[in-house]
Write a protein that binds this ligand. Sequence first.
Ligand SMILES: [Zn+2]
Ligand SMILES: [Zn+2]
Ligand SMILES: [Zn+2]
Length: 92
Amino acid sequence: MKPKPSCEHLSEVDKHRKPNTRGCEECLKMGDSWVHLRVCLTCGHVGCCDSSKNRHATNHYISTDHPMVRSLERGEDWGWCYVDQAFFEPLG
Ligand SMILES: [Zn+2]
Ligand SMILES: [Zn+2]
Ligand SMILES: [Zn+2]
């Protein structure tokens, strides 16, 4: 087992932030599709993952500096910190 990465952002965000929308906000506006969804734990923005062609979750981090997302996929309970490049599973 790898030691837990240190991440100061985990204590700053709302791990149970409710998603603002049911799908990727930008893709919904563009009429585009996505593969998986990530929710921003700072503002509740929903964006698509890096397997999606538009990568709106990563774009959201780049444009806002909101550090963490969690998976919105059913049965998945992990978070990702863009700043520390670290996974947290389960996120709790
Ligand atoms: Zn972090
Ligand atoms: Zn998208
Ligand atoms: Zn955000």
